[in-house]
Design a protein around this ligand. Structure first.
Ligand code: ATP
Ligand code: MG
Ligand code: FE
Length: 345
């Protein structure tokens, strides 16, 4: 089954084709992402109306480009998947309307995909994928969650952030040290030049039981350290390293606990912060020490993309699930309410 995937929940327009007839990573026939980062940079954050308008401009050219790269025509598609939520309602509606209309015109099924399920399943698109049960760590710009995955579509929330998401903490911390928007990846790059241990920040909420997170206090610690410092380039890198180590260590401690609680040794990681080099290394080390494994998508599939939507949609379409003729946009949507996907026979 060849499924077109469309992502437009925030500030990335993503399109992909996933072919379930091909195994693992080979199934991803083509994917393309257009990022609106430059458009929103001067405002220091995503402007919803500008985001919607830019999806309108970019989506159809990106669909054409992706199909051409896959060597396919629209008539070859067997289904269309799109992000139905959560996200910015205007942005979601652009992708949903295009996807649903295309499916109607082609007389193929359409399915609205949960954006976070897309992130969660992205590592399973790679070769040698893990099978449930496992624990998933979702670390993105808007979410930090530990999820027990009992099966595809069977998700139990084990813990989540009480305030800032991990990616949000990276972005806000970068901003207060004067890095340009969006600062997360730049802060991580800067941390590469930083020396470990010069600045030590706390590992929030690791001194008590539980699987929830809190990252907003770290910002304040960094702000004070930065204001009281000599503000040299080396100091900035050292603070970045101290911040990154605090986030990575906190995530590693909680992942370890979540694996213990779930009785699993497999941690599956995704969302933009999953691209972080030090987080990947630390979680791989933690999982290997207990005889398990940590699974990540390639870095380009950690941040928003159409491939994860095509893939998650394809799993449901192959199992016979699909939506009606309505166009679905669900700005707030609990992943625990999703229907399970029966294992393929
Ligand atoms: P959500 O999926 O929760 O709706 P989102 O879609 O905006 O949020 P993603 O696209 O998954 O989030 O990830 C973007 C986030 O990932 C940003 O906050 C960014 O700073 C962060 N990020 C990207 N690369 C890195 C990196 N190498 N190290 C740390 N953070 C990173
Ligand atoms: Mg984004
Ligand atoms: Fe996302």
């Amino acid at each position: 089954m060849k499924v077109l995937g469309i992502e437009s929940s925030c500030d990335e327009t993503g399109v992909a084709v996933y072919d379930t007839a091909l195994p693992g990573a080979a199934g991803l026939r083509a994917h393309a992402v257009y990022s609106q980062v430059a458009l929103h940079a001067e405002y220091g954050g995503v402007v919803p109306e500008l985001a919607s308008r830019d999806h309108v401009r970019k989506l159809l050219p990106l669909v054409r480009q992706t199909l051409a790269e896959a060597g396919l025509g629209v008539g070859d598609l067997d289904g269309v998947a799109y992000t139905a939520g959560p996200g910015l309602v205007g942005a979601l509606l652009v992708g949903a309307a295009v996807a649903r209309s295309l499916a109607w015109a082609l007389e193929v099924p359409a399915i609205g995909v949960h954006h976070m399920e897309g992130h969660l399943l992205a590592p399973l698109m790679e070769d040698d994928p893990p099978s449930p049960p496992f624990v998933a760590l979702l670390v993105s710009g808007g979410h930090t969650q530990l999820v027990a995955v009992d099966g595809i579509g069977c998700y139990r929330l084990l813990g989540e952030t009480l305030d800032d998401a991990a990616g949000e903490a990276f972005d806000k911390t970068a901003k207060l040290m004067g890095l340009p928007y969006p600062g997360g990846p730049q802060l991580a790059a800067l941390a590469e030049q930083g020396r470990p241990g010069v600045f030590r920040f706390s590992r929030p909420m690791t001194d008590r039981p539980g699987l929830d997170f809190s990252f907003s206090g770290l910002k304040t610690q960094v702000l004070l350290a930065w204001q009281q410092s000599d503000r040299s380039a080396q100091t900035r890198a050292d603070i970045a390293r101290g911040f990154e180590d605090a986030v990575v260590e906190t995530l590693a401690i909680k992942c370890q606990r979540a694996l213990d609680a779930a009785g699993s040794d497999v941690i599956v990681v995704s969302g933009g912060v999953g691209a972080n080099r030090r987080l990947r290394a630390r979680l791989q080390e933690m999982a290997a020490a207990r005889g398990g494994r940590a699974c990540f998508p390639r870095p380009a599939l950690c941040t928003d993309n159409g491939a994860m939507i095509a893939f998650a949609g394809a799993l449901r379409l192959v199992a016979g699930q699909h939506d009606g003729l309505e166009i679905n946009a669900v700005p707030r949507w609990d992943m625990a309410t999703l229907p399970p996907v029966a294992a393929a026979a």
